[in-house]
Design a protein around this ligand. Structure first.
Ligand code: NAD
Length: 261
């Protein structure tokens, strides 16, 4: 186990990629703080399962990624309860698909807040502790959309390009403090976020569900396969290892070859 005695906060970890990352870090011995929206009973089951399966402490913090004060409180709560935040994974994200001229203003604001600004607020709160302990790993879940665009996803693509820039900037600032900052850019991963955008994409592009899956989603990925949440989580674990201590400021693609095109 490579992360024994380390403590991790993973935002947006009640489902999908975040949950897989939280579980993979716990499997390596890290205590974890999970976060995200969802049914209270289901979240408690998820939390308790991490504790019992991996023999670590698992806490839940309900910080809403729209609220800077709640995000800072999540980091400080983790530091008080576990002793430190050594690994921070900024992963929470939402999607909305619409032509730019019809894009609801409040959706734009939400996506920029959740997919981009929340990472800034969490990093801002976590870096002083990491600097004091001279060790830290910050991993941001970006996207193939941090490197290339798709139509009808203006807010998401803008936020993900932003997170790639934030990753590089903070990596430079903390480089001499034993802290690395990287982002992972998955292509399409089969999670609720992808499933939920299918109906709107059907509408925006006037397509059937099968057409959206094969002609829009998998069309982007030369391998013609979805990435799995476990594959993304394995990369996050690697980024926390000593072997990755000289990797910083990187934007790591895991997209079946999408951005090679
Ligand atoms: P998901 O919908 O399964 O998970 C999103 C998580 O974010 C959930 O835990 C949800 O509760 C949480 N969340 C949403 N709004 C929140 C808020 N206001 N406050 C706190 N938590 C909130 O989706 P996913 O596919 O696992 O997405 C995770 C990350 O991966 C996102 O940043 C997404 O952009 C990115 N990503 C996903 C894919 C993909 O194909 N699924 C590809 C590239 C990048």
């Amino acid at each position: 186990m490579t992360l024994k005695s380390k403590n991790a906060v993973v935002t947006g970890s009640t489902s999908g990629i975040g949950l897989a990352i939280a579980r993979a870090l716990a499997k390596e011995g890290a205590n974890v703080v999970i976060n995200g929206l969802g049914d209270e009973g289901e979240i408690e089951k998820t939390r308790a399962a991490i504790e019992s399966e991996f023999g670590v402490r698992a806490l839940y913090h309900p910080a809403n990624m729209l609220k800077s004060d709640e995000i800072a409180d999540m980091i400080h709560h983790a530091e008080r309860s576990l002793g430190s935040v050594d690994v921070l994974v900024n992963n929470a994200g939402i999607q909305f698909v619409s032509p730019v001229e019809e894009f609801p203003v409040e959706k734009w604001d939400q996506i920029i807040a959740i997919n981009l600004s929340s990472a800034f607020h969490a990093i801002r709160a976590a870096v002083p502790g990491m600097k004091a302990r001279k060790w830290g790993r910050i991993i941001n879940t970006a996207s193939a959309h941090s490197l290339v665009a798709s139509p009808f996803k203006s807010a998401y693509v803008a936020a993900k390009h932003g997170i790639a820039g934030l990753t590089k900037t903070v990596a430079l600032e903390v480089a001499t403090h034993g802290i690395t900052v990287n982002c992972i850019s998955p292509g399409y991963v089969w999670t609720p976020l992808v499933e939920k955008q299918i109906p709107d994409t059907m509408k925006a592009r006037n397509m059937s569900k099968e057409q959206v899956i094969n002609d829009v989603l998998l069309e982007a990925q030369p391998t013609k396969q979805f990435v799995t949440v476990e594959q993304v989580a394995a990369l996050a674990v690697f980024l926390c290892s000593d072997a990755a201590s000289q990797m910083s400021g990187a934007n790591l693609s895991m997209d079946g070859g999408w951005t090679a095109k």
